[in-house]
Design a protein around this ligand. Sequence first.
Ligand code: NAI
Ligand code: MG
Length: 500
Amino acid sequence: MGIAVSPSIHSAAASFISKRGQILINNKWQDAASGKTFQTFNPATGEVLATLAEGDKEDINRAVAAARKAFDTGAWRKMTASERGRIIWKFADLLEQHTEEFATLEALDNGKPISVARVADVPLAVDLLRYMAGWTTKIEGNTIPISVPYAPGAKFLAYTQKEPVGVVGQIIPWNFPLLMAAWKLGPALAAGCCIVLKPAEQTPLSALRLGELAIEAGLPEGVLNIVTGFGETAGAPLAAHPDVDKVAFTGSTEVGKLILQAAAGNLKKVTLELGGKSPNVVYADSDLGKAIPGAASAIFFNQGQCCCAGSRLFVEKSVFDKVVDGVAEHASKIKVGPGLDPDTQMGPLVSDEQFSRVCSYLESGRTEGAKAVVGGKRKGDKGYFVEPTVLVNTKPNMKVVQEEIFGPVVTAIPFDDPSDLISQANDTMYGLAAGIWTKDISKAHRTADQLKAGTVWINCYNIFDAAMPFGGYKQSGWGREMGHDAVDLYTEKKAVCTML
Ligand code: NAI
Ligand code: MG
């Protein structure tokens, strides 16, 4: 039951939260097979926000069976690509029509500023669905001129076709609950797959509301099933399920490795979008009027809970103090508050667990000798707020430099030798993203070429688009989200060869 929701909030969001969240299987909402429930919390207050069905292995089994039936014999596979595209487009329209409701759900459940959810999370999710709706009619194969040396004189027609990979399990995190759902659902639906989605236990609300809209948009039964619950009891059986053809995961690198092991049972396909410790490089010849606010927003956006956060800020020595002071000044001016407050620029961290994790990194930085130029501790005494923090005096082997903090904490590191910069910037197990700030275009592209990262932003940061692939090198993951690469990763390619 919904609790602690002020009457002034968007009424549709309030009434949605006040219902008990259920599991979606075969377009029917239902309690968990076990009857168990769990609660989510408002990160701005720590108070209970909503009660939800706690799905486990049995619910996953039922959801996978529904998806399997829909894939093997249901209406979805019989539809034309154009019909499938129109349903996804309608899904996007419905989401757009409910922008304010979704922005409210995200602000309450995740804690993020409603002003940001309104202009970023929801519109990006809408745009992603529209982009993917367009792909349904463009998933093409090739004709191939084959030569076959042992069949002299024979003629063949050889072609490929791309088919949906089948039943897919999708496990998503809590940092962009709606957007991560859209990134996963869009390409899978475009390819014609059937889905079991497991939202993060901290932030399941927007995914459930999305489930309602998917039915309204006309998705046939069994195409999208949503099981709420915990990682170990709902996520793990989904990743291990023998009747799931692919699992797509976004979250920690640690759990990514568990997913991979679980997938080994039936060798299901795997895509992973994992952690990061992204370098953001400011050269002395950059436009500091842009680089300084850019570096601040690279780390502080979404409370630092971004897999691609610019968390290691490398600054050329001659401008180091100026850039650090500038970023610290930005940090000190950020208005930290509850996500629903229209003036809030930074909300609380998502959960008690994440709050403790980030605070323990701040403690570790202090003990190992790093210095906080600004921030460095909890903000207030209620909710999961942490001060935007800039750390200096770090050493390359410190935990705060090596590990993903996933909070509003940046380590600023001076450099003077460009080749030393590249080896330091690449000295991480991750390879998700990187930023470069300079007016010298040759230097910018030379640096971009040398950085081991799936995305490199030059004179900008955190620019996302449905058409631009996003994903990691090294331990930041396998495969790509968005763009046509994402659609490809939900298909199998069949070669057909005919002797004429
Ligand atoms: P997590 O990786 O445990 O959770 C992400 C999702 O995986 C959730 O839906 C969770 O229920 C599920 N999950 C957890 N254990 C599972 C298992 N054994 N099998 C299948 N599914 C499982 O991430 P967590 O604990 O919330 O955050 C820990 C750290 O992970 C963060 O501090 C951050 O460093 C990183 N992270 C990275 C994200 C990214 O966008 N790449 C997003 C969230 C967290
Ligand atoms: Mg975890």
